[in-house]
Design a protein around this ligand. Structure first.
Ligand code: A2P
Length: 278
């Protein structure tokens, strides 16, 4: 089953090939139940963020699930607004406390700029934060480190300042929106791409473009989208708050043909590529 398979990060750490997304899952019952159902369905990789406001509910579900902590890969993110060494350290401790997981498997800088100032040059601040991340990594409190929504020009200064390459870049990625420049750079530098919004936050399921292909494979559009990511070597993070969908999204042990992958690669702008707050 796909949820038991792993990619290997550049530091040798194994990461389950499909993660469970919790962006827009409300703190409390909604986030708690969905994570519990995900773990019950076999997911072993849970993605959250300080900014989602649901770390406590996610952590409680992990604790109550009965699955051993070391068998779950837990990801959280430093808020995009925090661009100082001390701020990073402080927020890390706060996330760790809220999750209650003892350590974090992957810690990400949520974005290269604050969400209210998209595109702002925060190179100096990102370097400070990356230095804190390197310290957290060395201390063992974090097993791997990375970035999210970063472009090559945001990543290069981090490597130059510390000699440490991010192990992951989590970006908005789905059929028709593969961010070629960023993807190419990540592949060349051994940085694993994680796809948030792999269903274009649901848009691809509604607009009909992928219906014929889904019918051909007798699979849902959601599964075609997730399988597409996997065959691109990308790690999808589907989100759902419905138990049956959460389970259904793990049924990915099928193969999209080379020709159909080329067709999917040829699609552009079939859903909104607008940078959403994630
Ligand atoms: P819900 O949470 O109500 O189940 P993305 O992963 O790209 O962010 O997309 C998430 C959106 O897609 C959510 O609105 C989610 O709805 C919906 N979704 C997730 N999986 C499925 C599925 N298998 N079938 C239909 N809708 C789904």
């Amino acid at each position: 089953m796909i949820v038991n398979e792993t990619y290997t990060l550049s530091n040798g750490v194994k990461i389950p090939k499909v993660g469970f997304g919790t962006w827009q899952s409300k703190s409390g019952e909604e986030a708690y139940n969905s994570v519990l159902w995900a773990l019950e369905a076999g997911y072993r990789h849970i993605d959250t963020a300080y900014a989602y406001g649901n770390e406590e509910s996610v952590g409680k579900a992990i604790k109550d699930s009965g699955v051993k902590r070391e068998d779950i890969f837990v990801v959280t993110k430093l808020p995009a607004e925090i661009k100082s060494y001390d701020g990073a350290m402080k927020h890390f401790e706060s996330s760790l406390k809220a999750l209650g997981t003892g350590y974090i498997d992957l810690y990400l800088i949520h974005a290269p700029w604050p969400w209210t100032e998209v595109g702002k040059d925060c190179t100096e601040g990102n370097i400070e934060v990356w230095k804190a991340f390197c310290e957290l990594y060395k201390s063992g409190k974090v097993k791997s480190i990375g970035v999210s929504n970063f472009h090559p020009e945001n990543i290069e200064p981090l490597i130059k300042a510390t000699g440490v390459k991010p192990m992951v870049n989590q970006i908005r990625y789905f059929v028709g929106n593969t961010q070629e420049k960023v993807s190419e750079y990540c592949i060349q530098n051994g940085i694993l791409i994680e796809a948030y919004s792999p269903l274009a936050t649901g848009e691809l399921l509604e607009n009909g473009t992928l219906d014929p292909l889904a019918q051909k494979y007798a699979k849902s559009v959601a599964k075609i989208c997730l399988r597409y990511c996997l065959q691109k070597g990308v790690l999808p993070l589907p989100k759902s708050t419905h138990r049956e969908r959460i389970l259904d999204n793990t049924d990915l042990d099928f193969e999209i043909s080379k020709e159909d992958m080329a067709y999917l690669d040829s699609l552009h702008h079939i859903a909104s590529t607008r940078q959403l707050r994630d």
